[in-house]
Design a protein around this ligand. Structure first.
Ligand SMILES: [Zn+2]
Length: 394
């Protein structure tokens, strides 16, 4: 029994392999292995090794292997009104190219928020009216130079009245109010500054909405580190970084805006970018409940909705009369993401800008009656001067 065991074929083979190993590994190689083991224990090799396996966050862009139905929409299901657009040079020249792009998306009416005021605004509206009077709406802007100078408020109100007479159908307030607008004494003009009250009241009397963009996404105020969801945006756009003293805490600016909404219940305000609460719809829900004169548009925040399609759909169902279509930057190809989130039930599809959203999106699959409200019915009710005959009746 014992003899058989020790002379078995397998034991012999094993011995031969061991013998081959000791013969083939020469002394030099053994020394190298010893050095490597020592470096490993000292932690010298590990960092160098893992360095080669590291990949840049900006570079990592894996192709999804998920196979699910895809509906890459290039055109909206219904003609729509984009209430948040910027065209800086509509004062002269042909609008044919713009109309061609709009037609390809089913964008029936574009609201240009960058109308300015005075002659510039008048020239823009005249140019629109001689070419495509039904396709564009222009909002005026306030000149905030010298707030606090004698008669500033009265002059601003008079200018706004003149701009509306010249064809402006709304007022757009840029984020410079709150960020960089100072009064004649150099003090920051708050969004709820009483010297501006007469302007918001006048908009209520003239029955024109005020579309207002205040502050920016809250992560711009947070430390720029591995926990910040907008780290990449701050890296690629360093000028967007803010702090509690540059110019004020995020919450302070947002509170100023809400206070201004509260002070003027007879004026309709369109809070741009979902008031920067698209990532906290419960909070936005309570705000809209408390402030019946406020509606919202989702320019540049569709990625927030696309990452929470169930909560977003519930929100759109509850507030279907108070949500407007907005996009902000004019890049026609990017509208596809908006149509897909609103209309389809597609899953795990990409957003178009990694610095806004490194995550994937899911469609809400809104029913037709809500889609029609978001695409055009709500805007027809809130923004004056749009020819209704361009849209389906029901
Ligand atoms: Zn904008």
């Amino acid at each position: 029994m014992r003899d058989f065991f020790y002379t078995g074929q397998s034991l012999f083979d094993y011995y031969q392999v061991e013998k081959w190993f000791y013969i083939s590994v020469n002394n030099f190689q053994i020394s190298m292995l010893k050095i490597a083991a020592t470096l490993y224990m000292l932690g010298i090799i590990i960092p160098a090794f893992s360095q080669s396996n590291k990949m840049d966050f900006e570079q990592y862009d894996p192709v999804s292997t998920l196979v699910v139905p895809e509906h890459k929409l290039t055109k909206a299901k219904y003609p729509f009104i984009d209430v948040h657009n910027h065209q800086w040079n509509m004062g002269n020249g042909s609008l044919d190219g713009l109309i061609k792009d709009m037609d390809s998306l089913n964008l029936q009416v574009m609201v240009n928020l960058s109308g300015g005021n005075g002659n510039r605004l008048k020239q823009m509206i005249d140019n629109v009216n001689t070419q495509y009077p039904k396709r564009f709406i222009v909002f005026a802007n306030i000149n905030f130079d010298n707030v606090g100078a004698p008669g500033w408020t009265e002059k601003a109100v008079q200018q706004l009245e003149a701009d509306v007479r010249n064809g402006a159908n709304g007022l757009k307030i840029f984020k410079n109010l709150g960020f960089s607008v100072n009064d004649v004494s150099g003090k920051r003009v708050t969004i709820d500054d009483p010297r501006l009250d007469a302007i918001w009241e006048k908009c209520g009397q003239l029955k024109i909405p005020v579309l207002i963009h205040t502050a920016d996404p809250a992560p711009f105020w947070q430390p720029m580190d591995e926990h910040n969801e907008r780290w990449l945006e701050l890296k690629t756009h360093p000028g967007r970084k803010r702090s509690d003293t540059d110019p004020a805490p995020w919450q302070t600016l947002i509170n100023e805006q809400h206070n201004m909404f509260k002070k003027h219940p007879n004026t309709t305000f369109i809070a741009a970018h979902f008031g920067w609460y698209a990532n906290d719809l419960a909070k936005l829900d309570s705000l809209l409940t408390a402030l019946p004169n406020v509606v919202v548009e989702f320019g540049a925040v569709i990625a927030e909705l696309g990452r929470q399609p169930r909560a977003a759909k519930a929100f759109f169902t509850k507030y279907q009369d108070r949500i407007l279509f907005g996009k902000d930057s004019w890049v026609p190809s990017e509208y596809a993401t908006y149509f897909r989130v609103l209309e389809t039930e597609d899953e795990y599809f990409p957003y178009h800008k990694k610095y806004h959203a490194f995550w994937r999106m899911y469609g809400m699959g809104l029913p037709d009656d809500i889609l029609k409200k978001v695409y055009y019915k709500n805007a027809l009710r809130i923004v004056p001067g749009i020819d209704k005959s361009q849209f389906p009746e029901d």
